[in-house]
Design a protein. Structure first.
Length: 262
């Protein structure tokens, strides 16, 4: 909760359905979700593949409207996308013809920030993600991890209240992915940004998250709400770490087994 007792982000009785174009049938993806994201916390969302995790994040970001229920940011209803919520996707979505610096200043220019101020702010955030000195490089000259850092810097530069991350490290190799997880924890601890992080990886959720929300198979309902009290930095071989990972895996196995029976 923040100073006035409100969550940073709140979902009340939220459901989302889509109509299939070919069949005309209604496909229920999210069902009656009640979620409170506490300010300054790193919240991870896990669930079976295809359960609607990305749809949930898009609803939080205002990119999709709920079929029923409401989303609130700082106690105010969310009616669409806005600079108060920044989104980082699995794809880097960088402009290949723009330098690192000009990729980061892009969102600032859209907000009408003067060029000099935008450059100064972009340089600060590139320093925050460890990319000072890379301002004049192009995306093709960067590694996958560096590209994702640029995407994060670009999102942070507009100073959102909540950072929404949709499997941002999924396409990276294992070593780079572990390094990016450590980087994100360090960044979060230094900035205090509220983060909602969607992942397929249980290991990643336990390594990153303070709060872990486990979704059911589609239509997604909340099956688990866990508070991860392990301190940072976390060790993946710690008995408490492996115990929490086993608990989450157990629920996921049950959900996938139930889906196969349908």
């Amino acid at each position: 909760m923040n100073g006035n007792g409100r969550p940073a982000l709140e979902l009340r009785s939220l459901s989302k359905s889509f109509k299939e174009k070919k069949t005309g049938r209604t496909l229920e993806v999210l069902s009656g979700l009640d979620i409170e994201v506490r300010p300054g916390r790193l919240t991870c969302i896990v669930g079976p593949s295809g359960c609607g995790k990305t749809t949930l994040l898009r609803v939080m970001g205002g990119l999709e409207a709920p079929t029923s229920g409401e989303v609130f940011l700082g106690g105010k209803p969310v009616r669409g996308p806005g600079p108060d919520r920044g989104m980082v996707f699995q794809e880097y979505a960088l402009f290949p013809w723009r330098t690192v610096l000009r990729n980061v200043t892009f969102g600032l220019a859209l907000k009408g920030i003067p060029a000099r101020e935008a450059r100064e702010r972009a340089e600060v955030y590139l320093g925050t993600v460890g990319l000072s000195g890379c301002e004049d490089l192009y995306p093709r000259e960067l590694s996958g991890g560096m590209k994702q850092r640029v995407a994060i810097a670009r999102t942070l530069a507009v100073e959102p209240s909540v950072l929404l991350m949709d499997e941002p490290f999924a396409s990276l190799d294992a070593q780079t992915r572990n390094g990016m997880q450590e980087f994100l924890v360090d960044l979060w601890m230094r900035t205090g940004t509220t983060i909602v992080f969607v992942t397929h990886s249980v290991d990643e959720a336990v390594f990153l998250g303070q709060d872990i929300i486990g979704l059911s198979r589609r239509p997604a309902r909340i099956v688990e709400r866990l508070e991860n009290t392990l301190g940072y930095p976390r060790t993946r071989t710690d008995p408490e770490f492996t115990g929490l990972r086993a608990r989450i895996l157990e629920y996921l196995v049950k959900e996938m087994a139930m889906e196969r029976k349908i």
